[in-house]
Design a protein around this ligand. Structure first.
Ligand SMILES: N[C@@H](CCC(=O)N[C@@H](CS)C(=O)NCC(=O)O)C(=O)O
Length: 203
């Protein structure tokens, strides 16, 4: 059985957890408490030398880190990854956008605020505000005339971006000014077999 090394509050872990559930793929979820340094042990570093969850461990022992690489691996040949090269490139485009222009600002702010570091990280939080708002603005513009990020179907581009966008208010990014983003969040949450970030799915 596949094994997902995960940390429940993590949006990056949630991406993999959500897609595995949407695809009805059985998996074992191994909780790695990153707050206690469990992602930096020798045993964990052997699975991901970068010391971060999520890591998808295959039945033969191969380990795949990086949330969006895990999404790509699992989605191959499913409706969550288009076959057309242009559409696939659009999926990559939004997944790279998520990692470079969205996650470093919105997810990191959420982590600090949720873990009592508001004062200690006040300068960093202030620096990350404008780029985070810019990312939400780009999403709002794109979604104004679309139901999903790529084509007309729910794909791993949506999953990658949904993970930290729907909890952006926990990072101090209110979503009131982004009606198209809010409508998309409801659309994603309304998909069959959807599970919330708080649910410890898997065995
Ligand atoms: N680019 C990576 C980022 C993974 C990441 O930042 N993981 C965090 C939790 S969300 C982590 O494991 N941090 C633990 C640490 O840095 O020790 C991905 O998308 O998977």
């Amino acid at each position: 059985m596949l094994r997902l090394h995960d940390f429940l509050p993590s949006g990056n872990g949630y991406k993999a957890r959500l897609l595995l559930t949407l695809l009805s793929i059985p998996f074992e979820r191994v909780e790695v408490d990153i707050l206690k340094g469990e992602s930096r042990t020798e045993a964990f570093l052997a699975k991901n030398p970068n010391g971060r969850i999520p890591v998808l461990e295959l039945e033969d022992g191969r380990c795949l880190p990086e949330s969006n690489a895990i999404l790509g691996y699992l989605a191959e040949g499913t409706p969550f990854m288009p076959a057309d090269p242009w559409q696939r490139a659009q999926v990559y485009r939004w997944m790279f956008f998520e990692q470079y222009s969205h996650e470093p600002y919105i997810a990191t702010s959420r982590f600090w605020l949720q873990h009592g570091q508001a004062e200690e990280k006040a300068d960093e939080l202030a620096r990350r505000r404008e780029p985070g708002l810019a990312a939400l603005g780009v999403m709002e513009g794109h979604l104004a005339a679309r139901d999903f990020f790529v084509g007309s179907a729910y794909s791993i581009a949506d999953i990658a971006l949904y993970a930290y966008t729907h909890v952006a208010p926990e990072g101090g990014f209110a979503l009131d000014p982004y009606p198209a983003v809010r409508a998309w969040i409801e659309r994603v949450a309304g998909q069959p077999r959807h599970v919330p970030i708080t649910e410890a799915v898997g065995k």
